[in-house]
Design a protein around this ligand. Structure first.
Ligand code: GLC
Length: 729
């Protein structure tokens, strides 16, 4: 059946089903509850940790249409795949005993693999996937994630984050694909395509969820869930395009921004949720609130005078499903609002139709459909190898003075620092537990940076440090031990976090770590600085004193081995920064800044710029040319350039094509990434590349807030070359 016929068939089924539903059944479909409403502490043996009575009360009496989150086993942490399959089977069995047998859709945050299923392939987090500049890897991550989540019996993934990461203080920066619209759009849509395939009802595919729509990632003070002030032009230039790309890639659900933009909470913003998302982007799927955020219109934002008004505001703004999540208040209030006519049945029917449509598209209405077997679909060697390759390509070699790296296998290395011997610091939040900080729950068979170096080493590798991130650091002991080694690998950075627990008051790396670094540098041995963590921390004073700097961010469960592969030269690094790495705490300027930000005394002077990343070989781009120096409005532009491996080692290089609109009616960024290609070249090998820029690539949001292309001069830049062309009417 072709997709049009399939969608027509689904439309008919939804209409038929809707016509049979009661108001209560419809309100239930718009209700999502946390697993804890029906869960129990884990009991040993066969039984899933579910209270049957509470499950039936939710699914049969309150007609709940969705459940989310991790089961208690015994407390909010990853469960074995067998437990998940029992849980989701019990939930579906209960839904089959409802009057209309409408299946529950179980959603989970599987943001870098199947987060809450023990033993899953847990990839580099989005910021690190972006650093690979490799869309194929993002596609494969989507494929593997969908397969492992489906094998767990789950049916919906609250991923990818399509927020743009332009506020480095924000504790969820690492959940984004970085500061650039084009990079985030390419990496996010590649993930969606791998995750959903052509038909996400397939047993190994799964619906995605674009989040957090929109403007959540730009809190003006850097703290999670605090106000963003985003003018319409900035919204349309930087924050909407990635969601537009995600909608066009076929994501069927959108999760709403937990915070507020220009004084309007995301969950109350009719213009964003309906006028733009539906009217302009043509989104047909359903929106889901974020955690308790409809209630918070009353309890936190003081926008609604009562809980009931909060439900009315959110539903009428365009929120289709409420992540309540701990009770049935949304259900009860919505029924009341419908009975009083304050929420028209047409709006409820619209929301329920969208939800039912996605459930049909996800294949849930076929109760006989087998759950993908775990065997051969979960934690496979291929998944592990793909994950390791992603980790390798995520690592950024930021500094390598005098080619201090790679080290010889027989080198004598002292490994020290709070991120040297932990797995959690490479994975971040949403890993086994919400905050990702339960190190004892991490798999024993994965290696920390120290363990991976030790395993690969033919020399002496010693670790001096604590067991936990916050353990006191015995600086004297580290300095003394350094004397017995040729090199010091100093692993610094952050412990895991997500959401408001990850708020910080300064981007500066904490003083304890800076003191350790200065003492180690003083000891006189060559120091390689490794930074791990979700966001850049200001390290300028120490980075300038060491010959080697590696930026690992959050490379995932294979990060230790990947970093060791790079340190010993078993892999030639090729990661590049997806964000500008600040030199100072208050010098937060993105690479695509405006001319005034690099004019006279204003300069773009990050410690390491967007797109920066070294290799153990060298590359050269040359021969940049534009096929036509003049094009008509509406035509494409073809750009040619060649890239050569001018060094002695095989390596991968990402060629970045930037554009500048020389003069326009709205100030334009000094450069914007519009295309990139990653190639692998043998020493001496040269490859010609072509890029096609479309009118959309040349466009911007004009004075009247419409996307336009203006005639005039344009420049393209690759490496240190520039070529020009003009657009005529
Ligand atoms: C959280 C997060 C969101 C997540 C949701 C469900 O508050 O903001 O990213 O998907 O709740 O866990």
């Amino acid at each position: 059946m072709n997709t049009h016929a399939a969608s027509e068939a689904i439309e008919d089924k939804v209409k038929e089903l809707l016509s049979q539903m009661t108001l209560e059944e419809k309100a239930g479909q718009m209700t999502q509850i946390d697993f804890s409403v029906v869960g129990t502490p884990a009991v040993s043996g066969e039984e899933p940790p579910i209270d049957r009575t509470r499950l039936e009360d939710a699914v049969i009496n309150h007609h709940v249409g969705s459940i989310l989150n991790v089961p208690f086993t015994p407390a909010n942490r990853a469960a074995p795949i067998g437990t998940w399959r029992k849980i989701t089977a019990a939930v579906q069995e209960a839904s089959q005993r409802t009057r209309l047998k409408i299946p529950v859709i179980y959603g989970i945050d599987a943001i870098h693999g199947a987060t809450y299923t023990q033993g899953a392939a847990l990839f580099p987090q989005a910021i690190s996937m972006a650093a690979t500049f490799n869309p194929e890897l993002s596609f494969k991550e989507g494929e593997i994630t969908a397969r492992e989540v489906r094998a767990s019996g789950l049916q919906w993934n609250f991923s990818p984050v399509m927020d743009i990461g332009r506020q480095p203080l924000w504790p969820r920066l690492w959940e984004t694909y970085g500061e650039d619209v084009h990079l985030a759009s390419v990496m996010g849509t590649s993930y969606i395509k791998g995750h959903q395939g052509d038909d996400f009802s397939a047993p190994d595919k799964l619906p995605t969820c674009l989040k957090h729509y929109v403007g959540y990632s730009f809190p003006i003070n850097g703290k999670d869930r605090t106000p963003a002030w985003i003018g319409e032009r900035m919204l349309r230039e930087y924050f909407l395009p990635t969601f537009e790309a995600g909608v066009q890639a076929g994501a069927p659900t959108v999760m709403v921004n937990s915070s507020e933009v220009d004084g309007i909470p995301g969950h109350a913003n009719y213009q964003y949720l309906t006028t733009i998302l539906r009217g302009e982007m043509g989104f047909k799927g359903f929106t889901v609130s974020d955690w308790e955020d409809i209630k918070r219109l009353y309890t936190r934002d003081k926008l609604a005078a009562t809980p009931k008004e909060a439900v009315k505001i959110a539903v009428m703004a365009g929120v289709d499903m409420s992540m309540v999540p701990f009770d049935f208040t949304f259900y009860d209030l919505l029924v009341e609002l419908a009975r009083s006519g304050e929420v028209p049945m047409s709006r409820i029917d619209e929301a329920v139709s969208r939800i039912l449509t996605v459930k049909f598209q996800t294949g849930l209405f076929d109760p006989e459909r087998p759950v993908l077997p775990a065997e051969g679909n979960f934690a496979t060697p291929e998944a592990v190898e793909t994950n390791r390759q992603a980790a390798r390509e995520a690592i950024i070699l930021a500094k390598n003075d005098n080619h201090i790296l790679p080290l010889k296998k027989d080198a004598s290395i002292l490994v020290a620092g709070p991120t040297a011997n932990l797995l959690s610091v490479m994975n971040g939040g949403w890993t086994i537990t919400w905050q990702g900080d339960s190190e004892s729950l991490y798999p024993q068979d994965k290696l920390t940076v120290f363990e991976a170096l030790q395993t690969k080493s033919a020399g002496k590798v010693t670790y001096v440090g604590g067991q936990a991130f916050d353990d006191p650091i015995d600086v004297d002991k580290v300095v003394a031990e350094a004397q017995n080694h040729d090199y010091v690998l100093l692993a610094l950075g952050e412990k895991p976090y997500t959401e408001t627990p990850g708020n910080i008051d300064s981007l500066m790396l904490d003083q304890k770590q800076i003191d350790l670094a200065n003492a180690v540098i003083e000891a006189g041995k060559p120091v390689i600085l490794l930074m791990l963590g979700g966001r850049p921390r200001v390290i300028t004073a120490i980075a300038e004193k060491v010959p080697g700097v590696i930026l690992g961010f959050l490379p995932g469960m294979e990060g230790g081995e990947a970093i060791a592969d790079i340190i010993y030269g078993d892999y030639n690094p090729n990661g590049k920064l997806p964000i500008s790495y600040p030199r100072n705490t208050n010098d937060i300027v993105p690479y695509d800044h405006k001319p005034t930000e690099s004019f006279e005394f204003n300069t773009y002077k990050p410690l390491y710029p967007f797109g920066h990343g070294l290799s153990y070989t060298t590359f050269e781009t040359r021969g940049l040319s534009v096929e036509k120096s003049q094009i008509k409005m509406g035509e494409n532009v073809t750009v040619h350039v060649s890239v050569k491996n001018t060094g002695t080692l095989k390596g991968k290089e990402t060629v970045l094509l930037y554009l500048n609109d020389v003069a326009a009616s709205v100030t334009r960024p000094v450069r914007q990434l519009k295309a990139f290609k990653k190639v692998e070249l043998e020493p001496g090998q040269e490859q010609s590349l072509s890029f096609t820029l479309t009118p959309r690539d040349l466009s911007f949001i004009g004075i009247d807030m419409k996307r336009i292309v203006e005639p005039g001069e344009f420049k393209v830049m690759v490496g240190n070359e520039t070529a020009g062309f003009s657009v005529t009417e």
